[in-house]
Design a protein around this ligand. Sequence first.
Ligand SMILES: Cc1ncc(COP(=O)(O)O)c(C=O)c1O
Length: 241
Amino acid sequence: MALEQLFVVHDPATIAAVIVEPVTGSGGVYPPPVGYLQRLRELCTQHGILLIFDEVITGFSRVGAPFAAQAFGVTPDLMSCAKGMTNGAVPMGGVVVGNRVYEAFMQGSANVIELFHGYTYSAHPLACAAGLATLDVHEELGLAARVQAIAPVWEAALHALRDAPHVVDVRNVGLLGAVDLAPRPGAAGARAQAVHTACFEAGVLVRNSGDTLVLSPPLVISEAQIGEMAHSIRTALQHIA
Ligand SMILES: Cc1ncc(COP(=O)(O)O)c(C=O)c1O
């Protein structure tokens, strides 16, 4: 209802596109409420608005399917992707479009470039080679299925931190996770920064964003490594103020 109101308030006729991360990533790993993406799709379709998924974090098996669009069963009109596309080894980004958008670009005369849009490094051979090699590895190792299989271990390890000092919330989806800490009075972000430093010294790289630990491990992480990560976070939380 609130979502529908937003469309009404802004007049759907003035909205060209809606862009969302299917799972909010750097903002703190917030999985979408049940049915939210489906409803967004319905409203966009109803009003002729393009739906864009930013799959820069969620794409390439991070949430247990090749793309979050598949994991949540919602098909956007466009998807942006990067990061996992080359396993982060070489800079590369891309936009995947559905037939409707593709066909719109194919209406011009035959002798004109369909989408006159390029960068110095568009389709760079090195980046394309890294991208193709990444796809091969995804296929060979069955990474999407692997993420699905290990996700329950990841979930259990993270949620076991619920009783550790300072922890106020834990979220997870696929191989993404977040642990919210209570901030130190008057020093927002300092506590999670201290956890980052303690874990780093123990050989585990944990990223903090404000007072949230934002976790996005390699897709090949083992059960033992998940245990090691959870142990070092717990140890850090027990030793910092
Ligand atoms: C969800 C999301 N979208 C887009 C970007 C930007 O992507 P890029 O740095 O590849 O342009 C980032 C972070 O870098 C991101 O986390």
